[in-house]
Design a binder for this molecule. Structure first.
Ligand SMILES: [Zn+2]
Ligand SMILES: [Zn+2]
Length: 395
């Protein structure tokens, strides 16, 4: 059977599977049933060596692990988000407060479809392909843990590719570009410890609410005054908690938020400057400040040769009109960044917009849904990328 015929054959099953996965979302590092569903499918395919329980719930299936040719890794994510789905879909989430709002159900369906096609072609492929289903992409770095547990070795991975559905591109259009493509993502929890007092006698304390307000204002000057205008940085303060009453100045205030950048030196400078500024503002008012850092995804830097391969494959299989010419970086974070730090990689975007921009649900919105129509294109791109990489790097 030709590649196209094989893809036509597997796409309807992949779509059905997506619906099933969409209806049963699980959160980061708890994707036990999701991993089971994935493994159940992989076990039906020939020529695969399946490993489970990597980074707790991660799964990897290796095709032709002992063949000795080039080795390509294709990656998708297992986890959903802690949010309530708002949709009338027949396959909407059956779990209160959890949903696949980042489309990882669609990514799994595309990769399982590709695994089925490529595993059936197994003997004819002069190289190795690793299909990676990683846990905990949404802030907990499951990909990093899988790498620490050795998925890039035995055989050694030469290049890695990952697809993400992109609601800012028209359906079926591929977007990719070289260099920094997703931002570093650091989270902070700041606690300002002041002196509480009666609201009518503010001079008897030092008000952590006023100190917090100063920190919020001053933080934006790091972006506008301390960062090279040709670099990118975002500081967003997303929570400010303090106090219990109208007439009590509290003793403590908490701020949380995130910092995003597109270059590691800018990231380091922005984090250091934020901490220094917040601490010195608190101290100048006689308060103390504690700061805890979390998250920590590095900048995702796409390899130029891998990006060229994605573009070439998209041109050849989808046509020039379905390759976005003006793709830009995003300030979103992605733990595929850890793969890209370890091996030449490309994180590419598959357009999933089925409506005009104003009406189109975007990532992490309660009505986002990876469209069925994109699944076959995702399968096709995965297959062609792996085959073309192996062909170009034949030993
Ligand atoms: Zn997400
Ligand atoms: Zn995602």
């Amino acid at each position: 059977m030709s590649l196209s015929a094989l893809i036509d054959d597997v796409a309807p099953t992949a779509v059905e599977l997506r619906h099933e996965l969409h209806a049963h979302p699980e959160l980061s590092f708890e994707e036990f049933e999701t991993a089971e569903r994935v493994v159940e499918q992989l076990r039906k395919m020939p020529n695969l060596d399946i490993q489970t329980g990597i980074a707790k719930t991660g799964v990897m299936a290796t095709l032709n692990g002992d063949r000795g040719g080039p080795c390509v890794l294709l990656r998708c994510e297992l986890d959903a988000l802690p949010m309530q789905e708002e949709s009338d879909l027949p396959y909407r989430s059956t779990v209160d407060g959890k949903m696949h709002a980042c489309g990882h159900d669609g990514h799994m369906a595309c990769l399982l479809g590709a695994a089925r096609v490529l595993s059936e072609m197994g003997d004819d492929i002069p190289g190795c392909i690793k299909f990676v289903f990683q846990p905990a992409e949404e802030g907990y770095g499951g990909g990093k843990v899988m790498i620490e547990e050795g998925i890039l070795d035995h055989p050694k991975v030469d290049a890695a590719f990952a697809l993400h559905g992109w609601p800012y591109l028209p359906l079926g259009v591929v977007g990719v570009h070289a260099g920094p493509t997703m931002a570093s993502a650091d989270f902070f929890d700041v606690t300002i410890q002041g002196q509480g007092t009666h609201a009518a006698y503010p001079h008897r304390g030092n008000d952590p609410v006023v100190i917090g307000a100063q920190i919020i204002q001053a933080a934006q000057t790091i972006v506008t005054r301390a960062t090279d205008p040709l670099d990118s940085a975002v500081i967003s303060i997303t929570q400010f908690h303090a106090g219990t009453a109208h007439n009590v100045i509290p003793e403590r205030a908490k701020l949380t938020g995130t910092i995003r950048t597109l270059r590691e030196p800018v990231r380091n400078a922005t984090l250091a400057r934020f901490e220094q500024l917040a601490r010195s503002i608190a101290e100048s008012f006689g308060a103390t400040l504690e700061i805890e850092w979390g998250g920590g995804y590095p900048v995702l830097v796409n390899d130029a040769a891998c990006v060229d391969l994605v573009k070439d494959v998209a041109h050849a299989t989808l046509g020039a009109e379905r390759v976005a010419a003006d793709m830009r970086a995003s300030m979103g974070g992605e733990d595929f960044a850890y793969f890209a730090q370890a091996v030449p990689s490309a994180f590419w975007r598959l357009g999933v917009a089925t409506q005009d921009a104003a009406a189109q649900p975007t990532l992490h919105q309660p009505n986002y849904d990876f469209p069925d129509e994109a699944v076959a294109t995702g399968i096709r791109m995965h297959c062609e990328l792996a085959l073309e990489y192996i062909k170009r790097h034949a030993r």
